[in-house]
Design a protein around this ligand. Structure first.
Ligand SMILES: [Fe+2]
Ligand SMILES: [Fe+2]
Length: 213
């Protein structure tokens, strides 16, 4: 199947951004694993370490796809994704596991899932041969997301993590995520994706107890 060059360039940019998101998840999960080791929680340290390895694999898959589809041209930058990354870095610097789980496993995972599912249908129509690998990646992401949600619930019930703080943090990261969608609107428009649907899907991915309304 032949793609017009401009559209394939846009798809390459999207894969490049997905790869950047995966790299953020890879680095963050490695740090979360270290924090859990320091807390003596080896089971969770192991989960985050495995997640970190999987995210590195996802990043490589997406950057290879970007290079292949874009014929080597994949320079893409998203200011709000950088802000999202900075915010996670700050949380991890403060050793705030609750905020980092909310940002990485719950919200960042959701952004990736929504975009990947969105382009999943498109790629299927255009017959790129990624079906199996995309299914593996989506299954691993679902596992990370579920782990994150369970952990947040556990932290709310068993530690002094305040629900109101978590709701505020959730709102902060959701706003950053919506800003990412807005910044990338021309790219999504070009690919025929609906960012308003993405935003409402993201809202659906956030657990009810973390919403302020
Ligand atoms: Fe991933
Ligand atoms: Fe993930």
């Amino acid at each position: 199947m032949y793609l017009i060059p401009s559209r394939s360039t846009q798809l390459a940019r999207l894969f490049s951004l997905l790869s950047q998101g995966e790299r953020i998840a890879h680095i963050s999960a490695a740090q979360q694993s270290q924090l859990m080791t320091q807390h003596g929680n080896t089971a969770h340290a192991k989960f985050f370490k495995q997640q970190s390895r999987q995210e590195r694999f996802h990043a490589r898959v997406f950057s290879s796809a970007a290079l292949w589809i874009g014929s080597g041209k994949t320079n893409t930058c998203c200011k709000h994704l950088k802000l999202f990354e900075k915010s996670i870095e700050n949380a991890l610097h403060r050793r705030d596991m609750t905020e980092s789980i909310l940002a990485v496993q719950v919200i960042l995972e959701s952004i990736g899932k929504i975009i990947l599912e969105g382009i999943d249908a498109r790629m299927e129509r255009q017959r790129y041969g990624f079906k199996k690998i995309r299914a593996i990646i989506l299954a691993q992401e679902a596992e990370h997301h579920e782990f994150g949600q369970n952990q947040l619930l556990h932290l709310t019930q068993n530690t002094n993590a305040k629900l109101s703080d978590m709701q505020q943090q959730s709102q902060h990261y959701q706003e950053l995520a919506n800003n990412i969608f807005d910044e990338l609107a021309p790219l999504f428009d070009h690919l025929g994706a609906d960012i308003n649907r993405y935003k409402s899907e993201l809202n659906n991915e956030i657990p009810d107890h973390l919403k302020t309304h």
